[in-house]
Design a protein around this ligand. Structure first.
Ligand code: C2E
Ligand code: MG
Ligand code: MG
Length: 756
């Protein structure tokens, strides 16, 4: 069996299978999404980088064009000056004079105009004549006789300005070059133009001359300075390198050692380049944005998947729920489901409003135990076998049947009378029991029954309430192994309500002294003298009034409270005897009852003696009535008897003859007294009080046997003179019963004692 169970573990039920599949599917979708997302993101990034590069290139070439146009403006201006008359003369004085005359009218973006001879002497429109420092201005023309030239900028010591020159070759009448005419332009005019360019927050454009020096830069302190990144990796991308390279897109560092993306392009007609510097961090914002958006995308996909899964589960559940309602057959037993059963029963009741019906709820005692110990397969088999037997029986009487949860079955049948129905039911139960006995795993069924009687209270009962009643009836037999079925009636409900009340109030009742003791005299048959009494407990409940032990002792035996009550009674009895003795009154030995629940002899004895030792009368005044228990408990009873004997108490076997093993016990348990059960007396006299000779002989034999075994004999339940006389005739020792006295309250008993 254990092996089988182990094997079963390897199978997944459909729910688990579904969950595993869902997890695999979700993980798969997520991985695919992740991979796909990464590929797409990379593509987008790549594309975006390409685009950025392209955009940067477009921007710089735009600037380069713009600067070209700006410079062309200066060419137009220099062209107009190159036409002045004096230039052809080659006479520096005349030329200088004429330039000075023009000076006030030259455009504001030009500082001055100068005529420079090939021997580097400059005749400036502002009146100055000086040797020029930047000889390249002239040399550039001399080298290839080019018409126009744009110089690199230089710092002018005199004015503190940084300027560059745009110059044009001058020829005399004979077309012989005589010198150049040059415009002196402040680089700040270009700076204004280029610095307006701002890309993002930190991107900027700049101009650089042929030596790699900045012509314009947002930070004017860099003008005329070149740069070289400090980071070794980028050091080679210095400004000198760029001014030679002239065109390209580079990742390098700027003057502040920040990583930048640099795009450069040449300015046409010059040896300059225009550059665009954008911080790499600014470009990297793009992947961040893409990452952020892909995270959002990922989340959206995840949420959508979860949404679809829960929707799927919800719809499936809805579907199954619907299916449960619409599928009326239980797959295991092929019987109707409970829902279908209820619907059908309801329909039958509706069509037969004045008929009687019987509803039976059946289940298997200890089914959970069977399930756990034999395994599900065996349990299922038992359910099927049980259902078949029940179904066959119910079909014989044209009833219907359904299966509820686990081993619970419901049968419903129209009946002609309760008596007749119960007769059939009893027969069926016997049949079920007989069939079950022969099964591999025998089991005991139990049944709860409820009736619909048109003239009774249950007339308009619903099928659900009817099932509830049968269920309740069945629950009342839970612990009772001898009872196999129970019929619901309102008294049953009242009884359980009463039991509930008793359980809730018993402890308080003990404290409130609601329990009290009555004493029933025991009389010596030979002398008719009182020789003892039995202490019998009563409960005077404020709710239920005076109650006999049969109302509460069975319940106390079930919940264990009886042991507490026993000791309470012992204390009351001992106290009574002590008071009698102390008052100098008569006393007789008193018998006290000991319940079946005391299962630990040592403990019982200890508690018993603790109470007894509080008093000072001899143990011979106390007799303990023990009661037969199951066969297994005989040892316990023997031990208790021995212990009581040791302390000097006598022991009586109560209700002797009512159980099956009584005769057996006479020899096994060394009791002093046999207290014959009153049922003996009932069996040997018939209803008219005429005695039955056979029973008489049996009783006589028993009394004689007891005497041979040295046991005292007491009869209880002696009600009539005939009974008393008969017992006397067979030499029974003592009698207790209504013939002499009913159980008496303490004061009445004291009076009774005084009377003797
Ligand atoms: P029991 O020990 O066999 O007590 C005798 C019962 O027979 C008493 O019932 C008594 O009232 C009743 N009886 C006496 N003479 C007659 C008679 O002539 N005719 C009829 N019909 N009955 C008679 P009671 O007091 O109702 O007690 C019932 C049982 O409850 C007792 O049977 C005993 O087993 C148990 N019981 C009573 N008091 C205590 C107690 O303090 N502790 C324990 N553990 N059980 C107790
Ligand atoms: Mg008794
Ligand atoms: Mg008795």
């Amino acid at each position: 069996m254990a092996k089988k169970k182990k094997k079963r573990k390897f199978y997944l039920d459909s729910q688990t299978e579904k969950t595993v599949l869902t997890i695999v599917a979700v993980s798969f979708i997520l991985i695919i999404t992740l991979v796909f997302n990464r590929i797409v993101s990379n593509k987008i990034l790549e594309q975006a980088h390409k685009q950025t590069k392209l955009d940067c290139e477009n921007i710089v070439s735009g600037y380069s064009e713009a600067i070209k146009f700006c410079l062309m403006d200066y060419f137009t201006i220099i062209d107009s000056y190159s036409h002045i008359d004096s230039l052809e003369t080659g006479d520096v004085n005349i030329i200088h004079k004429q330039l000075q005359e023009l000076h006030p009218r030259i455009p504001s973006k030009i500082n001055s105009i100068a005529y420079v001879t090939f021997d580097y002497k400059a005749y400036i429109s502002n009146g100055l004549i000086r040797e020029i420092e930047t000889k390249e201005i002239v040399d550039a023309h001399k080298k290839d006789f080019s018409l126009y030239n744009i110089s690199d900028p230089e710092y002018q010591k005199g004015t503190g300005d940084t300027v560059f020159y745009i110059s044009k070759m001058i020829y005399d009448k004979d077309s012989k070059p005589t010198g150049i005419i040059a415009q002196v332009i402040s680089v700040s005019t270009l700076a204004d133009f280029v610095s307006n360019v701002k890309i993002g927050t930190k991107g900027y454009a700049f101009l650089m001359d042929s030596k790699g020096r900045f012509i314009t830069h947002p930070d004017s302190s860099y003008i005329l300075k070149s740069f070289e990144p400090t980071d070794e990796r980028y050091q080679y991308i210095s400004s000198t390198f760029l001014s030679h390279e002239k065109i390209g897109y580079f990742h390098t560092q700027n003057t502040r050692n920040e990583d930048i993306e640099l795009t450069i392009t040449p300015v046409p007609g010059t040896n300059w380049i225009v550059g665009l510097s954008i911080p790499t961090s600014q470009i990297q914002e793009l992947p961040n944005i893409i990452n952020k958006s892909s995270r959002i995308l990922f989340l959206i996909i995840l949420v959508s998947i979860l949404f679809f899964i829960s929707a799927e589960i919800y719809i499936t559940n809805l579907f199954f729920k619907h299916q449960r309602v619409t599928t009326p057959i239980d797959p295991l037993t092929k019987l109707w489901t409970r829902e279908k059963f209820e619907r059908e029963a309801k329909r039958i009741m509706k069509f037969h409003p004045n008929s009687k019906f019987m509803l039976i709820e059946s289940d298997i005692r200890g089914f959970k135990f069977i399930n756990q110990n034999y395994g599900e397969l065996v349990a299922d088999k038992i359910i099927i076998q049980f259902s078949r037997v029940l179904n066959k029986q119910i079909q014989n009487v044209n009833g219907i049947m359904g299966r509820g949860f686990a081993d619970h079955f419901y049968s419903f049948v129209k009946i002609s009378s309760v008596q007749q129905a119960m007769k059939v039911f009893q027969k069926n139960v016997d049949e079920v029991n007989a069939k079950i006995k022969n099964l591999d795993v025998p089991f005991i069924p139990k049944f709860g029954i409820s009736f619909v009687l048109p003239d009774g209270k249950n007339k308009n009962v619903t099928i659900q309430a009817l099932i509830g009643q049968a269920s309740f009836a069945k629950s009342t037999i839970k612990d009772n192994m001898l009872k196999q079925y129970s019929i619901y009636n309102s008294r049953l409900l009242n009884k359980t309500n009463k039991e509930q009340y008793i359980e809730n109030n018993m402890e308080q009742a003990l404290e409130n002294e609601e329990f009290f003791v009555m004493y029933q005299p025991k009389v010596d048959l030979a002398t008719d003298k009182i020789v003892g009494a039995e202490a019998l407990v009563r409960w005077n409940s404020p709710k239920f009034g005076l109650m006999a032990p049969s109302d509460f002792i069975p319940l106390f035996e079930r919940n264990g409270f009886i042991t507490k009550l026993d000791f309470y009674v012992y204390n009351k009895v001992f106290n009574f005897i002590q008071r009698q003795i102390d008052a100098g009154k008569d006393v007789v030995p008193i018998s006290v009852n000991m319940s079946r629940n005391h299962s630990k002899p040592e403990k019982f004895m200890h508690d018993f003696m603790t109470i007894f030792n509080k008093y000072s009368f001899p143990p011979s005044l106390i007799q303990v009535e023990i009661i037969e228990r199951s066969f297994m408990d005989n040892n316990t009873l023997k031990e208790i008897t021995d212990l009581l004997h040791k302390e000097g108490f006598t022991v009586a076997m109560d209700d002797f003859g009512s159980g099956e093993s009584s005769l057996n016990m006479i020899t096994r348990i060394p009791v002093d007294v046999l207290k014959f059960d009153r049922t003996f007396l009932l069996s040997f006299t018939n209803s008219e009080g005429v005695s039955n000779k056979e029973s008489e002989s049996v009783l006589e034999l028993l009394i004689n046997l007891s005497k041979t075994l040295n046991k005292e004999t007491v009869f209880e339940g002696v009600e009539t003179k005939e009974q008393r006389d008969f017992l006397k005739s067979i030499d029974c020792d003592q009698a207790q019963g209504f013939f002499y006295s009913r159980p008496l309250s303490e004061p009445d008993f004291v009076r009774y004692l005084g009377r003797k």
